[in-house]
Design a protein around this ligand. Structure first.
Ligand code: GUN
Length: 287
């Protein structure tokens, strides 16, 4: 069987075009230039790359990007003060504090200091609670991107068996909520799950979000299943560094009906969804 390779890069590019049109309408019809503030504390190399990409794509679609950098030894109070300033700033529609934060900071306290209506990551406890109770929320970007890809593959997801491997606050838990809201039968598996391969083999939709290179093997995949790989792992092969997902791509692609590659699958969709969330926040603030 030859599986469909889901091109997240192309789909994200389409979404950015639509987001650019929406940003233009906001500017022309309401005189509003949408703004996203991204806060980076410290110098984690991966975080620097993510923040640079987020800012560049924000500007590319005609929105304002406000980048704020604090040194790794900044105090939590300094960061909370910056967040409070951004909360009050009418030019800022969305706020994202890049994670992870340095050890001496309490990430929950910082995230929960963001005004919920500007929390474009969807990590604030209010947005988590709203999503969990099926109310209008800002939804975390990676799960949102996964759902968009699944809807493109399947259309209606009702009744499908979905297995989410990974129970993180950022991906696994919110994605399980979204899949339930889409009427899937949802299993959340994790490091203590007994016989993970046979749990995975039940899945019509298999989501890998554990952060372990290529742990999902081809014979864990039900023939024809849709496989969404959220993992981005840097591994050394033959003296060279490569990015691989949580799924062994070649093995799984021989069995799956559809599969996302790494890179070029879920990753680009996440940033596109961040832009969409910022536009959503801007609209909601004015309606
Ligand atoms: N670090 C890794 N992924 C994310 C994300 O989606 N949002 C934020 N704020 N930090 C991250």
């Amino acid at each position: 069987m030859k599986s469909q390779i889901i091109n997240g890069k192309a789909k994200a590019a389409q979404m950015r075009l639509r987001a650019a049109e929406a940003a233009t309408r906001l500017r022309e019809d309401h005189g509003v230039i949408c703004g996203l503030a991204v806060v980076l504390v410290g110098e984690d190399p991966a975080s620097q790359v993510y923040v640079r990409n987020k800012s560049a794509q924000t500007r590319e679609i005609g929105m304002n990007s406000f980048e704020h950098r604090l040194p790794a030894d900044a105090s939590e109070d300094e960061l909370l003060e910056l967040v409070a300033t951004l909360n009050r700033d009418p030019a800022v529609d969305g706020i994202l504090v890049q994670l992870p934060l340095p050890q001496h900071m309490n990430a929950d306290r910082v995230v929960n200091a963001i005004a919920p209506h500007k929390d474009v990551d969807g990590f604030h406890i209010s947005n988590v609670g709203l999503l969990g109770t099926g109310q209008r929320a800002l939804v975390p970007c990676t799960p949102l991107g996964c759902m968009m890809m699944l809807r493109e593959i399947h259309g209606d997801l009702s009744g499908l068996e979905a297995v989410v491997v990974g129970r993180s606050k950022i991906v696994g838990k919110p994605l399980a909520q979204l899949l339930m809201m889409a009427n899937c039968t949802v299993t959340v598996a994790h490091s203590r799950t007994r016989d993970l391969p046979s749990v995975c083999r039940r899945a019509d939709i298999l989501i890998a979000a554990v952060g372990r290179a290529e742990i999902i093997r081809g014979d864990w995949v039900k023939p024809g299943a849709s496989v969404i790989d959220v993992g981005i792992n840097r591994v050394e092969r033959d003296g060279q560094f490569r990015l691989v997902g949580d799924v062994n791509f070649n093995e799984a692609a021989a069995v799956a009906g559809a599969i996302t590659p790494v890179p070029g699958g879920v990753g680009p969709m996440t940033i596109a969804c961040l832009l969409v969330n910022t536009l959503t926040a801007a609209h909601r603030a004015r309606n």
